[in-house]
Design a protein around this ligand. Structure first.
Ligand code: ARG
Length: 272
């Protein structure tokens, strides 16, 4: 089901991006990072969304928060309610306040401050037409399962817990992505055996990615229901998506991969 819609996104430029600490297996503090190139590539991503007809809000980057470019992690919103983030690692904790300020300053949002550890859209995804509106939620590395229950109470939507088991795929959004309002693409190997059974039951028509697609950060994509913006290295996944009726839009994001993220990590969708 293609349900193309105009979207509103929040992104934060990687002006202060660096790999100063290592909190996931992709981060190597000895590998050089070209911050200027990171900004250029990020700008290309932002322009891609605008060209596709979407609105992009920009969150001012802050000195000392090198991972702030991964804006997906700052909150999770559904139908005007924002469930705030509470980061696992101390290095990223202050990012949550910057995101909170954005929603408070822009008005129209009900902001729910979390008590439980959760990393926003890194571990929460929303499918508006699946069972009338369903949240998919990852746990195992960052977001605590208690946050899934807290999100359900905050948002009034069913939350389905999915267990991640491979440290390379430490957030849900590097292992699974919504393609439209009711269907997903995912890499089964990132999930526990029982969760794989759950995903098969829920999404018999899902597009399945393989390890190579996942390692190329192919699953870390953003779809508007038709156009699927994804890492240009994920060429095999792009072909699978095309065969499934979507339009892959490849973008180059080599620098941000060094922090352990790609397209989706850079974007929080705003759902007023
Ligand atoms: N270096 C960041 C971290 O480990 C990367 C976050 C990637 N974001 C995402 N939504 N997967 O927290």
């Amino acid at each position: 089901m293609t349900t193309q819609r105009e979207r509103t996104y929040l992104m934060s430029p990687p002006e202060h991006f660096a790999v100063e600490y290592a909190i996931n297996p992709w981060m190597d503090t000895t590998a050089p990072v070209d911050t200027e190139l990171a900004v250029k590539q990020w700008e290309g991503l932002r322009e891609t969304f605008v060209r596709l007809g979407h609105t992009v809000h920009v969150l001012a980057p802050e000195i000392g928060l090198p991972d702030m470019v991964y804006a997906a992690n700052g909150a999770f919103s559904v139908d005007g309610v924002v469930y705030g983030a509470r980061f696992k690692y101390p290095q990223r904790i202050p990012e949550a306040a910057a995101h909170r300020r954005f929603y408070v300053d822009h008005g129209g949002w009900r902001f729910v401050t979390p008590s439980e550890t959760n990393e926003g859209e890194g571990d929460f995804a929303y499918l508006p037409s699946f069972l009338g509106g369903t949240v998919l939620a990852g746990h195992g590395f960052r977001t605590e399962i208690a946050a899934h229950a807290e999100a359900q109470e905050a948002l009034g939507r069913p939350v389905i817990s999915l267990r991640l088991v491979d440290p390379r795929f430490y957030h849900l959004d590097v292992a699974l992505a919504p393609l439209d309002d009711a269907n997903v693409v995912y890499y089964p190997g990132a999930f526990s055996e029982a969760t794989r059974a759950v995903l098969r039951q829920l999404f018999p028509d899902a597009v399945l990615a393989d390890e190579e697609d996942a390692l190329a950060f192919g699953l870390n994509l953003v779809s508007d229901g038709r156009n699927v913006v994804l890492n240009s290295e994920a060429t095999a996944l792009a072909a699978k998506l095309r065969a499934a009726g979507y339009v892959p839009v490849p973008v180059e994001l080599t620098e941000l991969k060094k922090g352990g993220g790609s397209v989706k990590c850079c974007v929080a969708e705003l759902r007023p």
